[in-house]
Design a protein around this ligand. Structure first.
Ligand code: ZN
Length: 84
């Protein structure tokens, strides 16, 4: 077997990139499992890509509203502050 053949055999599986369903990043198929274990250890704490997008949208909208509207929004989000 010549060197070229060895190189091809070694490098061919590298193209197997898969998307991490937690953070949306692309990782080697063999590495994505350990990536998830290392980067997203606590599954209850992580949110989906869809939720991340929704959060970004909410934050973008939040930046557009006035300080008055922000106070009103926070008041509605936190019923406990109704007492204040
Ligand atoms: Zn990830």
């Amino acid at each position: 077997m010549n060197n070229e053949g060895k190189l091809l055999a070694k490098t061919s599986p590298v193209s197997q990139m898969v998307k991490c369903d937690v953070c949306g990043g692309h990782y080697n198929q063999r590495y994505v499992t350990s990536h998830k274990r290392l980067s997203h250890r606590d599954k209850s704490e992580s949110i989906s890509v869809d939720e991340t997008r929704t959060l970004d949208t909410i934050l973008a909208l939040y930046k557009q509203i006035s300080a008055k509207a922000r106070r009103e929004l926070l008041r509605r989000l936190d019923p406990a502050s109704d007492q204040a």
